[in-house]
Design a binder for this molecule. Structure first.
Ligand code: ZN
Length: 377
C-alpha cells in the first residue's frame, strides 16, 4: 500500500515549487533528480525554447519484468496562470492554497503519485512492467510539451495520464478541438458627423455572434466565443474587431461542420455589410484562421488498459466507470501517436481557480488504484 505521509510530503514539496507554463525550469531539474535517485534512466527533452519555456520534458525509464509490455505514465509539470509562491495548507484531510493563488494539484498530484509508486516498487521489490515516465511542460497552454515528445523513442503502447479529478471514473474519450480566430475589418468614420461613411466592425461581429448556436450543441459537441476585442472611442465607428472562439466534438465530422457553420455566419454578416457610399461600394473584410488544437480519442471499455483500472478499483472496493471527457489533455497527443492512454483522476478539485483543493484520501486512493493496476499483468 501507498505511504500516505510520504505521498503528501512529496505533493507539498512539488506544489511549493512554482511552475506556471513556460517557467518549469526549476521543477524539471528537481523532478529529474528525484527520478535519477530512484534508479530511473532520466533524460531532459530539448528545452522548450520554441514555445518560450525555460523547462523541458522529463523522460524516465525504469526496467521491469522481462517479456512484459512497457507502460507509459504521464503527468504535466506546468500549472495554469502566473502563480509562483504557493502556500499549501492542510486542514481536515484537505490540502488547499492560502486562497491567494491556485494550489497546483493540477497536475502536481499526478507527479507525486507517479513518484510514490516508483518508490513503493523499489522499496518493496514488487515485480512490475517496464515503466516509461513522460512528465511534460506547457500542457496548460496547448499541450506543447506532449506535442514535442520524440515518439520513436517511446516503446509503450498503452498508459495512463493522471490529469483529472474524479476518482470514480476513468476517462476513455476526449473530443477534438478547433480554435477559431477571426478579424473583422470595417470602415472607420466619425460617429456623429459621418456615420453613413462607416461600417462598424463591432456591429458586423455582433450580428454574426447573435446568429451562432453556442454552448452544448449536441451530446458530443460544444462551441464558444471566448474573446472579443475592438473599437477605439465612442465617437469612432469601429474599423476593427477581433474574435476568438472554439468548437469541440467527439466526432471529427461534426467538428468540421460546426466550425464551418460558425465561419459561415461571419462570412454572411460581412457580406451583408456591403453598402454604396457616394456611388462607391464599400464592404467589411474578414480574416479567419482555424487551428486544430488536438484530435479526439476513444478507447473501448474492453481494452486491457481500461480493464486493469476497473479491476484494480474492484480490488479496492470501488466501482470505477468509464467517462467521456469534455476537455483535452496530453492523452489526446499520446493516443494520436498510437499509445492507448486513459486518463485517471487524482482527486484534484476546482482546478484553475484559487479555491482549488485536493482531499488526501482521494490522492491516496488514486495512488493505490494505479499501483494495483500496474501489478495486474
Ligand atoms: Zn492538468
Amino acid at each position: 500500500m501507498i505511504n500516505k505521509k510520504r505521498l503528501v510530503d512529496e505533493f507539498i514539496e512539488l506544489v511549493k515549487i512554482g511552475s506556471p507554463s513556460k517557467s518549469e525550469g526549476k521543477i524539471c531539474k528537481v523532478v529529474a533528480q528525484k527520478l535519477t535517485r530512484l534508479g530511473a534512466k532520466t533524460e531532459l527533452g530539448p528545452v522548450g525554447k520554441k514555445f518560450g519555456s525555460n523547462g523541458s520534458n522529463v523522460i524516465a525509464r525504469i526496467e521491469g519484468k522481462k517479456g512484459v509490455a512497457p507502460v507509459l505514465l504521464n503527468a504535466h509539470l506546468d500549472t495554469v496562470g502566473e502563480d509562483f509562491n504557493i502556500t499549501p495548507i492542510i486542514s481536515n484531510g484537505i490540502i488547499k492554497s492560502d486562497g491567494t493563488t491556485i494550489l497546483g494539484s493540477d497536475d502536481k498530484s499526478g507527479v507525486a503519485i507517479i513518484l510514490e509508486i516508483i518508490k513503493i516498487f523499489k522499496e518493496q521489490k514488487i515485480p512490475h512492467p517496464p515503466i516509461e515516465i513522460v512528465f511534460t511542460i506547457c500542457e496548460e497552454i496547448g499541450l506543447f510539451g506532449a506535442k514535442t515528445v520524440d515518439f520513436s523513442k517511446i516503446k509503450a503502447k498503452y498508459g495512463y495520464s493522471l490529469d483529472t479529478g474524479e476518482i470514480e471514473n476513468i476517462t476513455t474519450a476526449a473530443p477534438s478541438h478547433n480554435r477559431i480566430y477571426l478579424k473583422i475589418f470595417g470602415v472607420e468614420s466619425h460617429a456623429g458627423a459621418a456615420p453613413e461613411l462607416g461600417i462598424s466592425a463591432i456591429e458586423v461581429a455582433s450580428k454574426a455572434i447573435a446568429s451562432l448556436k453556442l454552448g452544448r450543441i449536441d451530446k458530443i459537441s460544444t462551441s464558444n466565443i471566448g474573446k472579443i476585442y475592438g473599437g477605439v472611442a465612442t465617437n469612432i465607428i469601429p474599423g476593427y474587431t477581433e474574435i476568438a472562439g472554439e468548437a469541440r466534438s467527439h466526432s471529427e465530422e461534426k467538428l468540421k461542420k460546426i466550425t464551418q457553420d460558425m465561419l459561415k455566419k461571419f462570412r454572411e454578416a460581412v457580406e451583408e455589410s456591403e453598402k454604396t457610399v457616394k456611388g462607391k461600394k464599400i464592404i467589411a473584410r474578414l480574416e479567419e484562421k482555424v487551428v486544430n488544437e488536438y484530435s479526439k480519442f476513444a478507447l473501448s471499455e474492453n481494452l486491457p488498459v481500461v480493464q486493469k483500472i476497473i479491476k484494480a478499483g474492484k480490488k479496492l472496493g470501488k466501482n470505477i466507470t468509464t467517462l467521456q471527457g469534455g476537455g483535452g489533455s496530453d492523452a489526446n497527443v499520446f493516443n494520436k501517436a498510437g499509445i492507448q492512454t486513459a486518463v485517471v483522476g487524482t482527486g484534484m478539485k476546482k482546478v484553475h481557480t484559487k479555491e482549488e483543493y485536493i482531499e488526501i484520501d482521494s490522492l491516496v486512493f488514486s495512488a493505490n488504484l494505479l499501483l494495483e493496476a500496474l501489478r495486474l499483468n
